[in-house]
Design a binder for this molecule. Structure first.
Ligand code: MN3
Length: 207
């Protein structure tokens, strides 16, 4: 059984970047539903048993039944993506990356400002619902991309690339506060981005 990541902050702690009602709805409704739906799908294919969510998303081609494949793609993606999202935001965030992650950012993008610009463009430019991503491979190289719906680089690259930070640009992530102005939400996300936590995800996959 998969469990939602535990929040290390209160629902109102990310204000003004993310309002309390959006946080409550996003975590206790949307993320909880993806998680419950994933868990109820696990028994439908024996290949899924005992695997980590990373193994499942990277190896999803092993699930041959189309309906089960789609259910795990959408709900497993939703479970994983939101765990990463909520776990890499913090009321104490907003500072620039440090250490090995900062060096990788400079190498890939030239500067943290350039990373913000490119990741923002990917997130804002994603048509419809989806995500903007910062990802690493095992060599520690970074790249920016975007995905539709609840897809992510782990699924898309079959495990070659792993997201380490994601911006949820489904309307449920911002519409209550920002209405149609996705760009203002994306700008505000960087005020609560926890690059120390992102660096831990970076070290786990690339290290
Ligand atoms: Mn969401």
């Amino acid at each position: 059984m998969f469990k939602q990541v535990e929040l290390k902050y209160d629902f109102n702690a990310l204000e003004p970047a993310i309002d309390e009602l959006t946080m409550v709805t996003h975590y206790t409704k949307h993320h909880a539903t993806y998680t419950n739906n994933l868990n109820s799908t696990l028994e439908k294919d024996s290949w899924l048993a005992g695997k980590t969510i990373e193994e499942i998303l990277a190896g999803l081609d092993n699930v041959k039944d189309e309906a089960v494949h789609t259910a795990v793609r959408n709900n497993g993606g939703g479970f994983y993506n939101h765990n990463l999202y909520f776990d890499t935001l913090s009321p104490n965030g907003g500072a620039a990356p440090k250490g090995a992650l900062a060096a990788a950012v400079d190498k890939a993008f030239g500067s943290y400002d350039s990373l913000k610009e490119k990741l923002s463009a990917a997130a804002i430019g994603r048509f419809g619902s989806g995500w903007g991503w910062l990802s690493t491979n095992k060599a520690g190289e970074l790249k920016i991309s975007s995905s539709p719906n609840q897809d992510n680089p782990l699924f898309e690259s079959k495990g070659e690339w792993s997201p380490i930070f994601g911006i949820d640009v489904w309307e449920h992530a911002y519409y209550l506060k920002y209405k149609n102005v996705r760009a203002d939400y994306v700008k505000a996300i960087f005020d609560v981005a926890d690059w120390d936590r992102v660096a831990e995800y970076y070290g786990q996959f690339a290290g």
